[in-house]
Design a protein around this ligand. Structure first.
Ligand code: ZN
Ligand code: ZN
Length: 140
């Protein structure tokens, strides 16, 4: 647990949620996190509350989805990564490069950029194939 802040108490729910995020290879929704830790002793509202605390401590990153119900969270591994999100299945695919260049210009004098997020949406090959097949069926 290399990013656990000194002042944060290791409660059962915090540790359980942290472990799920640590083991995850891709960002998870609060519901997915809840499903992974739930042995009947945690409420979904607890997951939301703990995620809020983690976010405040910058232990995790929020990845906005197409709407609030698809907000995802991942451990802040202090890596510089961006994802493309499939609108069909909500899978995340890592981008090769950062599309933001250092000379990005903000139309406000004196503005200092400290971080950035990039959101790319589309359809993965699997979803495209599914759509193509359903269209063929529909046309036939
Ligand atoms: Zn897809
Ligand atoms: Zn970037």
């Amino acid at each position: 647990m290399n990013v656990w802040p000194k002042g944060m108490k290791r409660t059962k729910s915090r540790v359980a949620i942290y472990k799920v995020l640590e083991a995850a290879s891709q960002p998870l929704s609060p519901k997915e996190i809840h499903a992974k830790i739930n042995q009947g002793d945690f409420w979904l509202s607890t997951v939301y509350r703990v995620l809020g605390q983690f976010e405040q401590e910058k232990m995790i990153l929020r990845i906005a989805g197409m709407d609030v119900n698809h907000t995802l969270f991942e451990l802040n591994r202090h890596e510089h990564k961006h994802f493309a999100v499939c609108i069909g299945c909500h899978q995340r695919f890592e981008l090769d490069d950062c599309p933001i260049h250092e000379d990005v210009h903000v139309q406000a004098e004196g503005f200092e950029i400290t971080e950035h997020r990039v959101e790319v949406f589309g359809y993965c090959a699997e979803c495209l194939e599914k759509m193509r097949l359903s269209k063929v069926k529909h046309d036939a």
